[in-house]
Design a binder for this molecule. Structure first.
Ligand code: PLP
Length: 416
């Protein structure tokens, strides 16, 4: 296993900070998500150090992990937030986050969501179309509250990531074509209730290469210069999120502090306030999904490890062909390894956590940890097959507590 300051084996037992994960599995049950508070706060601090020299806000992308306790940790550390729905803003407010440090992204904001965001006093809308601009102006007029707006521009850059999480190409639904942006900014000047002060971009998620990010910054800076020379007062630049994480040993992730410092250096000297919107790079490695082995079976020469977690808890392998390392909570070296598919109970052939994977030769009743599962894990869980969603646990030093209870059967039928 990749060694990590937050998840380590001690005496053959896997720990999160100072807590043995087997204790959590036994007492909270499985499947269950576990997050290290220190891992989250430390990664946020790396962003903060990288940006210390420029006026900035780090807007944590709520969609990566929206648990209230995670949001509260980040709010207390000074984070702002990047939201993509009114529901996410509701969570930010409930967690004590500052709407004034929150930006509203997303390609399909509804009028009621724009209204709620204005009432709560969000900092800005990252606007993605001319239609949306007109709607924001109309809602702002009705509420008599001017709306700060940045256009999310699409710099037409291949982020070199999985096709479902690449967003910066012209063929993607996101943003406005960077070539069309100047005309849009000029049009926006005519709307009385808009304050168009920013430019934003976000080219994709899980970016492992720095070059596309630098290329995007350069293109967007050229746009800022062009808009300014046309008389527009652009004071804010939002560089989006997307920094990748290494899910497997042969991947190298961009180091947060040096990468973000390099991006900021590119953009410095123009008097811009910088925003970033990191999600995955803050929470992914901070979380694991605990699961219990139900059965072993083989069909001919193929081996299966059937576990109690499924695509309903972690859909990333099925949706993005994602790889997650899977490690036993207790090391028993004499048992050796097996090559197997790790599968859940859901009635879909796409329901797997790993395929043809060499892993510990586990037996029924053993516990496993699916690593690097803190981002886009629980938030994409669902009730398919009428499976109650799992518990979530937050570890702080030698203490741990449930920060979301496992759903009950009653939860499953609420509202029906
Ligand atoms: C998803 C998203 C993010 C966060 O992306 P990560 O890859 O998790 O850092 C940031 N900004 C916008 C607009 C997004 O859609």
């Amino acid at each position: 296993m990749r060694s990590d300051a937050y998840y380590q084996y001690r005496g053959g037992h896997l720990y999160c900070e100072q807590v043995a994960l087997a204790d959590i599995a036994r007492r909270a049950g499985t499947p269950c998500y576990v997050y290290s508070a220190a891992a989250i706060v430390d990664r946020f601090a790396a962003y903060d150090r990288a940006m210390a020299g420029v006026p900035h806000t780090i807007c944590y992308a709520v969609k990566a992990n929206s648990n209230l306790s995670v949001l509260r940790l980040l709010a207390e550390a000074g984070a702002g937030f990047d939201i993509v729905s009114a529901g996410e803003l509701f969570r930010v407010v409930k967690a004590g986050g500052d709407p004034g440090k929150t930006v509203f992204s997303g390609v399909g904001k509804r009028a009621d969501e724009i209204e709620y965001a204005l009432e709560q006093g969000v900092h800005a809308f990252n606007c993605e179309s001319a239609d949306e601009m007109r709607l924001i102006d109309a809602v702002a007029a009705r509420l008599r509250r001017p709306a700060r707006v940045a256009f999310r521009v699409n710099p037409d850059i291949d982020a070199q990531t999985h096709k479902y999480i690449s967003t910066g190409l012209r063929e993607n639904k996101f943003g406005v074509n960077i070539a069309d942006a100047p005309a849009l900014y000029r049009e926006a000047q005519r709307y009385e209730n808009l304050r168009v002060t920013g430019v934003s971009c976000h080219i994709g998620s899980n970016l492992l290469k720095v070059e596309p990010m630098l290329e995007a910054v350069d293109k967007v800076l050229a746009l800022v210069d062009e808009l300014r020379s046309g008389g527009l007062a652009i004071s804010e630049l939002d560089l989006g999120g997307g920094l990748g994480v290494a899910y497997r040993d042969d991947e190298r992730e961009p180091e947060i502090e040096s990468t973000i410092a390099a991006l900021c250096a590119r953009a410095s000297g123009r008097g811009l306030t910088l925003h970033v919107e990191p999600g995955r790079s803050i929470v992914a490695a901070a979380g694991v999904l605990l699961t219990r082995v139900l059965y072993r079976k083989s069909n001919g020469d193929k081996q299966f490890v059937v576990v109690d977690a499924a695509m309903t808890e972690l859909i990333r392998p099925a949706l993005y062909e994602a790889w997650h390392d899977i490690e036993p909570l207790r090391l028993i070296p004499e048992r050796g390894n097996v090559v197997a598919d790790v599968v859940g109970p859901v009635c879909e052939s796409g329901d797997f956590l790993a395929k043809d994977r060499s892993l510990a030769n586990v037996a029924p009743g053993d516990h496993l940890a699916v690593l690097t599962a803190g981002a886009y894990g629980f938030v994409q869980s669902c009730n398919y097959n009428s499976r109650p969603r799992p518990a979530e646990v937050l570890v702080e030093g030698h203490r741990w507590r449930e920060v979301r209870a496992r759903e009950t059967f009653e939860d499953l039928i609420r509202g029906e």
